[in-house]
Design a protein around this ligand. Sequence first.
Ligand code: IPE
Ligand code: IPE
Ligand code: MG
Length: 253
Amino acid sequence: MNLFSSFFSSIKSPTVKELIKNNIPEHVAIIMDGNGRWALKRKLPRSVGHSEGAETLKEIISVSIELGIKFLTVYSFSTENWQRPQDEIDFLFNIFVEKLREELDSMQKNGIKVKLIGKREGVPHYVLEAFEDAEKKTSENSKLILNIAFNYGGRQEIIEAIKKIHKEVLKKNIDIEKINELNFGNFLYTESCPDPDFLIRTGGEYRISNFLLWQIAYTEFYFVKTLWPDFNRSDFLKAIYYYQKRERRFGRV
Ligand code: IPE
Ligand code: IPE
Ligand code: MG
């Protein structure tokens, strides 16, 4: 352990009560990475890592609500993840369907609104049905907007946006000259959602992997080695603590 990492791990995890005295990010995005390595370390199949990862997400959602975070965007399946073995893809899809069904009541009770962000085309019918059912049944909720990035790719999202704009221009509904940095976002999957204030990536990789490319222009980044299934309440609170120490300048002095 070097000096830097021992310094990091020596910080005591703050409490929710302490954190809410300061600025809480309105929108947190998470690249939930490291499920496979978590399982590998234990000589278990990768699928066990994904199941554990789903438990972590449940905990992080509940802490997000305690903190008063308004938007939580989680990367759960990228357009690049289609390159994984079919059995792993099938397992992931089944787990999404199972969890969406299992958690529906609790999401209702806790005011969580689910939104699928990603390309719906190409998603197997049974998976899309579970997502759309959860979207419909939670559509009146507003405490926490849970954007699930599924079959999501940032570059593809931007291209789709351009195509939507082109269609509107052809129909003469919009003037291309009126498209600007503010309203371009309305054509993305995230639509009216504000840009993420804070992006966490677990699993130790220092990359974005095609996540929210347009939206993260001024997001604060936090990369942590902890594998997603090990990432817990206190790790999340610590991350928020570090966010609160950042000075966001947006180009100003
Ligand atoms: C993240 O964990 C989950 C998905 C990408 C679906 P990984 O499965 O990428 O885990 P590692 O990176 O191989 O450890
Ligand atoms: C990013 O993780 C996608 C998700 C967490 C869903 P990956 O594991 O797919 O990313 P790379 O391959 O390491 O860039
Ligand atoms: Mg990974």
